[in-house]
Design a protein around this ligand. Structure first.
Ligand code: HSE
Length: 324
């Protein structure tokens, strides 16, 4: 910080170039479809954004995507959300940037890949502009990026990616998000190499819900939130049950119910699908247990002939970070 303006707002340095990391996320936290999510330390995506003289937003380079993501500025979620933000601030006619996106996590994995990229981009443009917006004020732009990526502007990936920690979306209209206490738990995440598009996985879900299932689900959501506030690990684990979405999405994941048995047997506190899958996620009491769970699940998948990626991570409390 360089000092204060006459209106009391802090003055930040305005760099010409910035590199930002934004974290992957576990959306839903099993029972909280579209309303709960958490950020992890790794993996995540990086964006390098550089100011240039001419106005306009360009994507100049994407790495790590095997050529799958569009360079066209209006179709790429990073550049499209940056453009929306510049337009909102009335800077689209005088501010121009070049964007490099370095994907460091798999696409279509259920780990909030598009959210991590979008959030890194929004964080970067906000830095280049001297931080006119708070992280919370960046959220609607990130949600519009999510809408472009998968057809709906759900916030349970972008909100934790932006704010860090565990986040509840209490309401979408009006938008109200609440940061919840992060548990002292480790995440074991395994991404089986099968692809599930969020757009498709959302279409599978039942549109009407029997009251009995709704009662079970809201008991679990309230139980999980209570468990986080009470730091009651047993309550957190018992609440990580999803009777609404998991039963239909489980079929997209190789041997899902066996993976759950293995994880719970290896010491998981709770287990379920990460976001819309195919990644699966377990809370573990410590890093060594999380590593053992990840290894068991990967070994089982290998036995089925399914390759996978494994990640062990604490909860990311900070959200995005400027790397240089
Ligand atoms: N809540 C969203 C879903 C997250 O489950 O479809 C997508 O990653």
């Amino acid at each position: 910080m360089l000092g204060f303006l006459s209106n009391g707002l802090p003055i930040y340095p305005m760099p010409d170039s910035v590199r930002v990391f934004a974290p992957a996320t576990v959306a839903n936290l099993v029972c909280g479809f579209d309303v709960l999510g958490l950020a992890v330390e790794r993996p995540g995506d990086e964006v390098r954004m550089t100011r240039r003289a001419a106005p306009g937003v360009r994507v100049t380079r994407i790495t790590g995507d095997d050529g799958r993501l569009p360079l066209a500025a209006e179709r790429n979620t990073v550049s499209a959300s940056v453009q929306m933000l510049l337009r909102h601030l009335g800077r689209d006619a005088d501010f121009g940037v070049d964007i490099e996106l370095h994907k460091q996590m798999p696409i279509g994995s259920g780990l909030g890949s598009s959210a991590a990229s979008t959030v890194a981009g929004l964080w970067a443009i906000n830095e280049l502009l001297g931080r006119p917006l708070t992280p919370l004020e960046l959220l609607p732009f990130a949600m519009q990026g999510e809408e472009l990526a998968c057809g709906t502007g759900h916030a349970d990936n972008v909100a934790p990616a932006l704010l860090g920690g565990v986040v509840l979306i209490r309401s979408y209209a009006p938008l109200e998000v609440v940061r919840l206490p992060a548990p002292p738990l480790h995440c074991a995440i395994v991404y089986p190499h099968v692809e599930v598009a969020t757009r498709d996985a959302r279409q599978l879900i039942r549109r009407t819900v029997p009251l009995h299932d709704a009662v079970t689900q809201w008991g679990n959501v309230a139980g999980l939130v209570s468990g986080l506030f009470l730091n009651d690990i047993g309550l957190i684990g018992r609440s990580m049950q999803d009777v609404l979405v998991e039963p239909v999405r489980a079929m997209l994941i190789p041997d899902f119910y066996r993976l759950r048995e293995l994880a719970m047997h290896a010491g998981a506190v709770g287990f379920g699908i990460s976001g819309s899958g195919p990644s699966v996620f377990a809370f573990a009491p410590d890093e060594a247990t999380a590593a053992a769970i990840t290894e068991q699940l990967q070994r089982h998948l290998a036995g089925l002939g399914v390759g996978s990626e494994g990640y062990v991570s604490a909860v990311n409390q900070q959200g995005p970070r400027v790397i240089d």
